[in-house]
Write a protein of this length. Structure first.
Lengths: 76, 380
């Protein structure tokens, strides 16, 4: 199914502000597809949220789910 | 601590519905520790002092520099070279003489974190590096202190309240639930490398101040277990709910002793190797050593480098001649200095290789140029 992905932090340099993925069933597949397409993000420190809730393991997606990817940052 | 407050000073918030004298008294009774007196810290300190938070601690070991002024709005051009913590306290005391403000011109470390945090109810993280952020997070978990988190990069900012249980039995998320492990060195740029829009820490710091006031007074819905991300370029606010991650608590030191043995700089890859940490001393500790008078200080710069040091006796031994002059050093404590603190670190390692554990060997962090600036301001 199709999923919208919004991106925050320095991963925008790699992924852009937002993107769409087709034919993904869960968060693990989202990560795997992104890592395959953008190998430079594999080493990156980011968190994933599904429909505005932190995902700490894997989660199934629904149609038109929104996934957010947030890089850690530390500036002050 | 004051037990009365000026009605006129706080009138505009006293007349707010749901605020009133009760909320004002709660602010007056509160003690908050602000760690980092930079871009985030300035608005946090300014608004909390203005709002009447009764006791504020400010921790920062940095001095004001010109490149700070585009976002660190408590300071002005005349403050360059002064310690931020003390300068901020001076400004805030004038802003609100009714509250207690105490400044700590110290570098936050595992050695002083517990004693610094101990006297305060709430900690506000306004630092600018991952090592400090993980250190503060872990200390707050171990000490059971609520943590108001804020961070900025480029045009974006994050705000959250960690480690706060709104009721018995509820969960308290901390930074390790979001990002269990610190990023590797160089993976994420800091503001110095990535840049930051000047107003952004102003916005995020003001949000941190607002969340602090809400948490203290119990008004509204604070960002407990929520992370708010703000994007200044398109005015996008993204708020997400946080949950406990499995095993995240196992990453936090089990107790104070384990915490004190944790090397956060090393975990966050902010130093090349763990040896470097033990050498570096800050200005405050350096001044203590100088006044103690039983140390050898070595300026390892080349002989033609300025400014000259006249404030204390020191050997002038360029780094490349250090090895043949080690016999000159008689005292048990040695401090190496150079222009910026880089060559002196090499010298400290070289001396340690020679003397082993028989002497205490330090390198002055920040170097002669920063120390001179600070010293002259202190005298003036």
């Amino acid at each position: 199914m199709k999923v919208n992905i919004i991106v925050f932090g320095q991963l925008r340099d790699i992924l852009g502000d937002q993107l769409e993925l087709d034919e993904v069933l869960d968060i693990d597949e989202v990560k795997n597809q992104l890592h395959e397409k953008y190998p430079e993000m594999i080493e990156s420190n980011y968190l994933v949220a599904l429909n505005k809730k932190l995902v700490t393991g894997n989660m199934m997606l629904n149609d038109n789910s929104t996934v957010a990817i947030l890089s850690a940052f530390s500036g002050g | 601590m004051n037990t009365t407050f000026s009605y006129e000073r706080y009138h505009r918030q006293l007349i707010l519905k749901d605020f009133g004298e009760t909320a004002q008294q709660k602010l007056l009774n509160a003690a908050v520790l602000i760690i980092g007196a930079g871009g985030l810290g300035c608005p946090v300190m300014q608004y909390l002092a203005a709002a009447g938070v009764g006791r504020m601690g400010i921790v920062d070991n940095d001095i004001v520099s010109l490149s700070n002024l585009h976002r660190q709005v408590l300071y002005n051009t005349n403050d360059i070279g002064h310690p931020k913590a003390q300068q901020a306290a001076n400004v805030l005391k004038k802003l609100n003489p009714e509250i207690d403000i105490v400044s700590f011109f110290e570098r936050l470390s595992t050695q002083n974190a517990f004693s610094l945090i101990n006297g305060f109810d709430i900690v506000i993280d306004c630092t600018d590096n991952f090592a400090s952020r993980y250190l503060i997070n872990d200390a707050c978990v171990l000490m059971n202190k609520p943590l108001i988190f804020g961070a900025v990069s480029r045009y974006e900012g994050q705000v959250a309240i960690f480690n706060y249980k709104s009721s018995a039995g509820s969960i308290a998320v901390n930074y390790r639930d979001l990002y269990p492990h610190p990023p590797k060195n160089g993976e994420i740029q800091n503001c110095e490398e990535a840049g930051v829009l000047g107003v952004l820490p102003g916005i995020i710091g003001t949000m941190q101040a607002s969340e602090t006031i809400k948490l203290i007074t119990g008004i509204g819905r604070p960002l407990i277990n929520c992370l708010l991300t703000y994007d200044a370029l398109n005015n996008n606010m993204y708020e997400m709910e946080l949950v406990k991650a499995r095993d995240s608590d196992s990453l936090i030191p089990a107790n104070e002793i384990e915490f004190m043995q944790t090397d956060y700089e090393q975990l966050c890859g902010s130093v090349q190797n763990e040896d470097e940490n033990k050498f570096e001393i800050d200005f405050a500790y350096f001044e203590q050593l100088v006044s103690g008078n039983t140390i050898d200080i070595i300026d390892v710069r080349a002989l033609n480098e300025v400014p000259l040091i006249e404030e204390f006796p020191c050997y002038r031994i360029p780094l490349n001649e250090l090895a043949i002059n080690m016999h000159l050093l008689k005292n048990d404590t040695i401090v190496t200095i150079c222009q910026s603190g880089q060559r002196s670190l090499l010298a400290a390692k070289q001396l340690t290789a020679f003397f082993g554990d028989s002497k205490k060997i330090y390198s002055l962090w920040g170097g002669v140029s920063q120390w001179k600036q600070l010293h002259q301001k202190q005298l003036s």
